[in-house]
Design a protein around this ligand. Sequence first.
Ligand code: SF4
Length: 264
Amino acid sequence: MHHTQPPAPEFASIGDYTWHDRTACRNTDPDLADRLFFPNPSDFEEIREAKEICSWCPVRRICLDNALETDARHGIRGGLTREERLPLHIGLRYRRDRARVEAALGGRNVHLSAAEREDLAHMALEKHLTADEFAAILRVTLKYAKQLLRDARKDRRRAVEAPVDAALVQTALDGTPTEFKNKSDRLAYLDAAYAAQVPYTEVARILGKSLTHAADLLSEAEQRAADRAYAKLHERLNPAPPTTTVSVPENGASQDPRNLKAAA
Ligand code: SF4
């Protein structure tokens, strides 16, 4: 009898580990799995074999997301070694996956990065959700939900009240150390610096920030650029997207009751 697997979801809900039943590595002998998926950096043959298995794994993306979201830094996950995953771990808080934000707004209990929480707060404002409703969707305390909504309102006000000072931004792009008092000016500079491939060392000098901070700020600019490209593409492919349904989970409980296993 022909058996058809259901299509893999794009991402798993928090606590849903049913994807473990579909991993390509699930039947590997435990000792061998240990050698292949937790190799030393110089175990090239083991790493190659593990990556080969991951390459045809139907839940590879979910496995990688899970490693990032649970901060599992050891071993090979989603086809990437610990070293290859490191930038993704560091950048996770900047992830802006619109599908996740919309799924959360629809009542799914999904992992959201800090940036995605901000986006969700903006959507909550647009849809005039109460703080109670927003707290239930995010499964957070009312106090924290109110804080996120307050921050989103502040962001909106800043965007309206503070048009970009193009001359100031150009001064910084020309190489003069600049103090940006308005967030919109600073973001405009960072977006332009990213687009012009200004090195993070130069951004650090212009803003008077540490190299790490400057690299983080450029990562955020990169993410914004990707968001804009994604939004354009999404608009082109979906000229009339369906209206998102707002569904508030009852008692803040997970929509997926299975919660089969503890986090890997
Ligand atoms: S992607 Fe993850 S679940 Fe799939 S084979 Fe690789 S380690 Fe296993």
